[in-house]
Design a protein around this ligand. Structure first.
Ligand code: ROI
Length: 160
């Protein structure tokens, strides 16, 4: 299955956190990273008294089901020392399943496609970089989504 994963970090050397997490994704069972976006810097959405984020999106190919993949992502977050400090607060690493093939899910643990995609430039812009033609279930054509989502301070950090 083709799956897009969003990565974000704003603690403990964010660029390293993102790169470690991408390496860790490659070690998940039956999973390989196929494409990776540039790294972007973005001001925090949520409380403003936290550092800017580094964000990226990767495309993986995986045989894991959505919920087993989520287990794997949460294990990587734990390995990288993620602790929940406050709602929408700072974190060493955040890994979100953005899009899982054509799957639509809305349950206690998982909503797919990720409900935050359309109004988060730090997700949409890196996603559009590696999937410029994607038609997202429920949300539609990525070009339209990008047009309707102002950049909100995001900028390119390390071009890929
Ligand atoms: N803000 C930015 N800029 N990038 C993120 O990855 C991010 N992640 C979050 C919240 C706290 C909503 N804000 C963010 O989870």
């Amino acid at each position: 299955m083709q799956v897009y994963i969003g990565l974000g970090s704003n603690l403990a050397e964010p660029v390293k956190q993102i790169n470690w997490a991408i390496d860790a994704l490659n070690t998940l069972a039956d999973t390989a990273v196929i494409k990776q976006s540039s790294l972007y810097s973005s001001p925090p959405m949520g409380p403003q008294d936290q550092p800017d984020y580094v964000n990226a999106v990767v495309l993986i190919d995986t045989e894991l089901s959505p919920h087993l993949l989520l287990d794997g992502l949460q294990a990587i977050e734990q390995q990288q020392g993620r602790v929940r400090k406050r709602h929408w607060g700072e974190r060493t690493i955040d890994l979100d399943i953005l899009i899982y093939d054509d799957v639509v899910i809305d349950d206690q643990r998982l909503q797919l496609p990720h409900p935050g995609i359309a109004d988060r430039s730090f997700v949409l812009y890196p996603l559009a970089e590696i999937a410029p033609d994607i038609d997202i279930p429920i949300l539609g054509d990525i070009r339209q989504l990008v047009e309707n989502c102002p950049p909100a301070g995001i900028h390119l950090l390390e071009k890929n």
